[in-house]
Design a protein around this ligand. Sequence first.
Ligand code: CAA
Length: 383
Amino acid sequence: MAYDREITQELISVIARFVEEKLRPIEAQVGEDDAVPEAIINQMKELGLFGLTVPIKYGGLDLTMEVECLVAFEFGRTSPAFSSCFGTNVGIGSQGLILFGSEAQKQKYLPQIASGELVTSFCLTEAEAGSDSAAVQTRAQRVGDHYVLTGSKRYITNADRAGLFTVMARTDADVKGAKGVTAFLVERDSPGLSVGKPEKKMGQQGAHICDVYFDAVKVPVENRLGEEGAGFKLAMQVLDRGRLHIASVCVGLAERLISDSLNYALKRQQFGKPICEHQLIQAMLADSKTEAYAAKAMILDAARLKDGDQSITLEAAAAKYYASEMVGRVADRAVQILGGAGYVVDYGIERLYRDVRIFRIYEGTSQIQQIVIAREMIKAAKG
Ligand code: CAA
């Protein structure tokens, strides 16, 4: 839904204050504990963050893509573990239901998703189906009025807290590739469903990924999302939106890193003057600023196209590709500008440097984004 400028501005400033006053002071603690405090998650619920994109009639805020990106810019200014708490509810965990769910499915689940009572996860990736996501092997066999799901999913964000999983599984074993895949809404307490331990990761401590196992899990037919065979396209459309959201978080984090580098360069003296007066430091600051600005402009352009109901497969891939690579370069320069301090834990820059590495990998690697962009160009050229 389109809110007027004043309401949007108010929302953004409430979020900016929350990030500045409540989240940034506990970043290091969250990193050490590998957990976001429950009290913070409750405040996120009160702010309505879990329902940012859920339609108003189901209790959400129904933000446009553009405003969702503005919110993500603000959340990017702190550890990504925080936005990950509600990120799957706003994006990949709920969008399949919002876009393709039946009225009964929406009424059953969306109000609890919007309030944060129900956390959602998106189960596409498997051990043998990473970038090649059409190769999913998890089986969903129709038996009377339900399906039986057998298989496992890998590195699933928020699986440890999730109460509802959007699961892509193969309904037709004879059909290889995308056309044999169907999407399901699977409840956490379904007998046979279990979740592995959170993985130990390079960065983003506080955001958890786990494997999810399906051992003959019975899923009622009414929990199928869309038609049989439509699950792959559903997943790809969900990812189009998710990729723009991730790109926005990358821009927010780049702006944070640039601000930290600039503040350091203003104070740190070498050769008798602040290092910001040295041209080689200026070059790094200028490159980071220019690239972050370019990524922001790309994202806002793509978001407006999406709000105008246009397909943004190419634009979302381009924005995610550019912004995730950009924030990697910005983080690297931030460490360089801080020098030894950039490598020391107390300054927090090395933590953000590790945090941003995954952006080039999840929701489609940079190489997959290149393939998507080129394929869309070729498709358009062929007409
Ligand atoms: N929107 C709508 N339809 C789409 C689409 C899109 N964005 N992308 C593809 N499709 C359709 C195609 O048009 C095609 O339809 P037809 O058969 O009717 O022509 C069908 O889907 C199959 O598409 P492709 O032939 O292009 O499929 P492919 O097997 O060659 O692979 C791919 C395409 C782009 C490589 C895709 O597999 C992909 O994006 N891989 C990366 C997966 C990914 O991002 N994984 C991340 C997992 S989520 C995550 O990271 C979770 C987390 O917790 C953070």
